[in-house]
Design a protein around this ligand. Structure first.
Ligand code: BLG
Length: 488
């Protein structure tokens, strides 16, 4: 067990791990080891966070989320195991941080506030967000702080937003709002969506990520300036761990890690727009239940996450088995005649055949990709090949390399793909003209749908308010734990 300074513990730990330093100085008079030394001696980094799509949750491969991934990298850099604890609300989160034997770090989308400065010390920033007032479409859009008067407003207890509204009361004494420590951001947005409250105040990143689950929720206005997210450390500790954290954040900024995580988690959250998000939410309830079993079966038979197949099916046809494109491509998975034949599909309009055939074809193009392309990019490349064909994709990879970029990295190749529809570029390629922009949208949309499906089907939502809300979502069986394999 990890322990904050305690003489007995320090002796034991010192002899074992801090070793020479303490032995030389004698056990009884050992200087108090720094937080960093203790953490290293213990071999694990204890981090407290919140369970939300923007911080930490379980997906197809286990734990994930922006904060989780960043904390995991930090732990790895220090050669430590990451140990995650979740807090039900922000007050317990800060209490945990200052508990003896508690977590040494809070990574939970936190901003520094005057009140919190008394409870914790904050790292350098890693993400910028803007607090936004959310309202329900149909109601009059709030545009300025005075539009908040007379409205039923609920925010998280202990949140920076509660502090912000408290401060606003100085200018607007009639302002009224409530706080709750029994809800998460998703619950606040659901309450706005369902009209149980008029308004809430949340950070822009959380609102953007959750928009799709709550199609009636709209952004009223930005309340205040952009603010910066930081990790928090216990108030009364030395600077050793904080120094490491800040060095890690600086490194992550410099080597592109932060940029990649931002792109991964927030880069495609608004690709759907309001209309797309609304439509997806509708179809999730009304159409997916009809085909979910087929996606699950095809996923199991081909060792592909069924939610990825479902996301592909949505992008291709909005889950309509009789869909037909201008180019004569047909069915839920939009197989060309030639592709259908190659994977043994006799009737493209039969949803079962289409889904199974699509899964088989996806696996085929996945396996044919060069070994040098690694996950997760490998899945994105396979999707692109599914859409544009392996030959054109290879052309785009060659052009990417010629530009001095990495042909095995999706973020590089997707920049080049649209050139396949420009003569000056496609005339130099082996397979010639292709609608190179299409696979870029295709992959981006599927990633977003996949993320959403992953979130709404995760086992840990069982019994939570979102799960209850999601009970009228697709025929997602929340009683069974997910046992699907990762995308591949
Ligand atoms: C894909 C085929 C690929 C084929 C490419 O076209 O169809 N994939 C499938 O049938 C699953 O096999 O590659 S090739 O065999 O190497 O040539 C290129 O021909 C399908 C795509 C085409 C696309 N949807 C699956 O993503 C489509 O329908 N595009 C037109 C849209 S519209 O008509 O403009 O609306």
């Amino acid at each position: 067990m990890f322990a904050r300074p305690a003489i007995r513990m320090r002796c034991a730990t010192g002899l074992l791990a801090i070793g020479t330093l303490l032995m030389l100085s004698g056990c009884g008079e050992a200087p108090k080891p720094s937080v960093l030394e203790q953490v290293k001696a213990e071999g694990e980094l204890r981090v407290v966070t919140r369970n939300s799509p923007a911080t930490y949750f379980q997906d197809r491969n286990g734990a994930t989320g922006f904060e989780y991934e960043l904390a995991k990298r930090f732990a790895t850099d220090l050669g430590l195991e990451l140990k995650i604890e979740t807090a039900d609300n922000l007050d317990t989160l800060f209490a945990a941080l200052n508990r003896s034997n508690g977590p040494v770090l809070a990574a939970a989308g936190l901003v520094e506030t005057p009140k919190r400065q008394l409870q914790a010390r904050f790292s350098s920033p890693y993400l910028e967000v803007t607090p936004q007032i959310a309202y329900r479409q149909g109601a009059e859009r709030p545009k300025t702080p005075s539009d908040l008067l007379g409205k039923r407003i609920l925010v998280l207890a202990g949140s920076s937003h509660a502090e912000q509204l408290e401060a606003l009361k100085v200018e607007l004494p009639e302002l009224q709002f409530e706080v709750s420590d029994a809800v998460e951001v998703v619950d606040l947005l659901r309450m706005v969506d369902e009209g149980q409250i008029d308004l809430t105040l949340v950070d822009s990143n959380e609102l953007a990520m959750n928009q799709v689950y709550f199609p009636n929720v709209r952004v009223g206005f930005d309340l205040g300036d952009t603010r910066q997210m930081r990790w928090a450390l216990a108030a009364n500790e030395d600077d050793s761990l904080l120094g490491e954290v800040n060095a890690f954040i600086a490194r992550s900024e410099a080597n592109g890690t932060l940029q990649r995580l931002k792109e991964r988690y927030y880069g495609h959250v608004d690709v759907l727009g309001y209309v797309g998000a609304y439509t997806f939410a509708q179809h999730l309830q009304k159409r997916l239940p009809r085909y979910e079993k087929l996606f699950r079966q095809a996923g199991q038979a081909n060792q592909v996450d069924w939610r990825l197949l479902a996301a592909m099916g949505y992008q291709e046809s909005h889950w309509q088995p009789d869909a037909t494109s201008k180019t004569g491509v047909r069915g839920i998975m939009m197989l060309t005649q030639r592709t259908a034949q190659s994977v043994g599909v006799s009737n493209r309009l039969d949803p079962k055949q289409s889904i199974e055939g699509g899964a088989r074809y996806f696996i085929k193009v996945y396996q044919q990709l060069p070994e040098t392309i690694q996950e997760p990019d490998r899945t994105w490349f396979a999707l692109a090949a599914y859409n544009i064909g392996a030959g054109h994709l290879e052309d785009a990879r060659k052009l990417t390399e010629a530009e001095g970029m990495d042909p095995d990295r999706w973020s590089d190749v997707q920049k080049i793909l649209p050139r396949l529809s420009q003569k000056q570029w496609y005339s130099k390629t082996r397979y010639g003209y292709a609608r190179g922009g299409e696979p870029v949208h295709f992959v981006r949309n599927i990633r977003r749908y996949y993320d959403i499906l992953t979130w709404v089907t995760q086992p840990q939502l069982e019994g939570t308010q979102l799960a209850e809300n999601g009970a009228h979502l697709p025929g997602i069986d929340k009683r069974k734990p997910e046992t699907d394999s990762p995308p591949l």
